[in-house]
Write a protein that binds this ligand. Structure first.
Ligand code: GLU
Length: 512
């Protein structure tokens, strides 16, 4: 039973502090599934006023890498998932050994001297007979003498756990009652011959030593839970509560593949997802709060571990994009620009531009106002805005090229150029520097140009699409896009005139 004050009444009605743990193995980065596990542990701990322990499960020396531990921690930090205590299993090897030996002493575990070859042969034989692979308990009943002789002869040994008889039953917070018959398990290794613990053993020792009250992890661990409960019992430890999250599947109902979202959090960050969008989306994978768009800190009190859904979670990139676009819009321009500059700077196109110049900074600000509503990811931004920095007729899209070649277009383009020139002279005079002009001519000025031009051409029945499309095409080489005064405002007077002239020259040379 849980209450909001961070305490938990176990079966003996004694009050304990609530403690969750997130226990990643550093054999890869933080993937979407493990990140979701981390997040739900964090949410559950916070919502119950408890603590979260981060435990790096790095006893598999071959597969664990420091670099993965670092990237997991970096990604957790980025997501805003915090922890109260930190442990590394590789620094606790002696503790596991002590408990494994204690079990041997109590005859709840035993030395196993079987060689790898024998175990492989056994596995193969069982496979050929169509039986599940399971240790045949050969070393369970070795005599004291046999054991001593083997030890004296320095024969390598592992320590195996004697599985308990009967049913293993537990009440999963998400899934309800789960039962296993223990004879599906063979006696399994808890301490390997190199002295390192097996996963199931280290977890139990640590969950006990770290006073974990709730184990929340992926459903791929359900059978491990049954094994672990047997170890808890044999060691005489009280058993924590368990909750298993459903797998995350692709939209096709299959396991997540690299193409369908089986990526690390760092990869999502590099693709332009905001951290608050990422945690928002991860939370939606197994929880249905009242509002779908939220900041994590605002929903802690609405969260209840019992509301975790047991339906398979479906990873849907469209939904993630939708969530991300909301959070992009909710960010202030100032904050957003800080993030966007990272993407602009890493885009090779922008290598040739001085991004610190006042004009370019202002141009980027203006671009943000135009494209903020449209962005699904931050990474799209540099691609949207390139065209305002560099312009080439050969980059025009096919439709835009067709449009400017139309006979009406030339008239429209010449007209708007002339009106822009005369209004600029009229309003700003001739003396302004390019920079001053850029800063002073606001969007309203361009609206004025557009309405003057439109009025004059209206008489000639050039209007609507026939009016807008040639202008937009001439200015940015695209038939479709933002409203024209906005495009003009980003470009500024000088650049608009350059571009219009360039197109007029082109049409003249081509004799169009
Ligand atoms: N280290 C395990 C893993 O990364 C998780 C262990 C657990 O949560 O009990 O899958």
């Amino acid at each position: 039973m849980n209450n909001k004050n961070g305490t938990y009444l176990d079966t003996n009605s004694s009050v304990k502090d609530i403690r969750f743990r997130f226990a990643p193995s550093p054999t890869g980065g933080l993937h979407i599934g493990t990140a979701r596990t981390a997040l739900f542990n964090w949410l559950a701990a916070k919502s119950m006023g408890g603590k979260l322990i981060l435990r790096i499960e790095d006893t598999d020396i071959q597969r664990s890498k420091k670099i993965f531990e670092e990237s997991i921690i970096q990604d957790l930090n980025w997501l805003g998932i915090t922890w109260d205590e930190f442990y590394r299993q590789s620094e606790r090897i002696d503790i596991y050994k002590k408990y494994a030996e204690e079990l041997v002493k109590k005859e709840k575990a035993y030395f196993c001297f079987c060689s790898n070859e024998r175990l492989e042969e056994l596995k193969e034989k069982q496979y050929l007979e169509g039986k599940p692979s399971k240790y045949d308990n050969k070393c369970r009943n070795l005599s004291k003498e046999e054991i001593e002789n083997n030890l004296k002869a320095n024969k390598p040994y592992a320590i195996r756990f004697k599985i308990l008889e009967g049913e293993i039953i537990f009440n999963d917070i998400v899934r309800g009652i789960i039962k296993f018959n223990s004879d599906v398990f063979g006696d399994f290794v808890i301490l390997k011959s190199d002295g390192t613990p097996s996963y199931n053993f280290a977890v139990v020792v640590d969950d006990w030593e770290m006073k974990i009250t709730h184990v929340l992890r992926g459903e791929d661990h359900i059978t491990n839970t049954a094994r672990q409960i047997m170890i808890f019992k044999s060691l005489g430890f009280s058993i924590p509560e368990f909750a298993h999250l459903s797998m995350i599947l692709g939209k096709d109902g299959k396991k997540l593949s690299k193409r369908h979202g089986a990526k690390t959090i760092s990869e999502f960050r590099e693709e332009g997802y905001l951290s608050e969008a990422m945690v928002n989306y991860l939370a939606l994978l197994s929880w249905s709060p009242k509002e779908e768009i939220f900041l994590l800190k605002n929903v802690i009190n609405d969260f209840n571990i019992k509301d975790i859904s047991k339906n398979p979670a479906i990873f849907d990139i469209e939904k993630l994009n939708w969530v991300n676009s909301h959070h992009i819009r909710n960010r202030s321009n100032k904050e957003l620009l800080e993030e966007l500059y990272i993407f602009i700077k890493s885009n090779s196109f922008f290598k040739n531009f001085d991004l610190n110049s006042d004009i370019n900074k202002e141009k980027i600000n203006r671009c943000l106002n135009v494209y903020k509503e449209k962005l699904k990811t931050l990474k799209e931004f540099p691609d949207y805005i390139k065209v305002y920095f560099d312009y080439n007729l050969k980059d025009f899209d096919d439709e835009a090229l067709e449009i400017i070649k139309d006979k009406n277009s030339r008239e429209v383009i010449i007209k708007i150029r002339d009106i822009m020139l005369s209004l600029t002279n009229e309003i700003f005079g001739n003396k302004k520097s390019k920079e001053d002009l850029y800063l002073e001519a606001k969007e309203d000025f361009f609206k004025q140009i557009l309405s003057h031009t439109s009025n004059q051409l209206y008489e000639k029945n050039i209007k609507g699409k026939n009016f807008y499309m040639p202008i937009r095409s001439a200015l940015i080489g695209k038939a479709h896009g933002p409203e024209i005064p906005k495009v003009m405002y980003v470009l500024g007077i000088d650049e608009c005139l350059n571009r219009l002239d360039k197109v007029i020259n082109y049409l003249m040379v081509k004799n169009i």
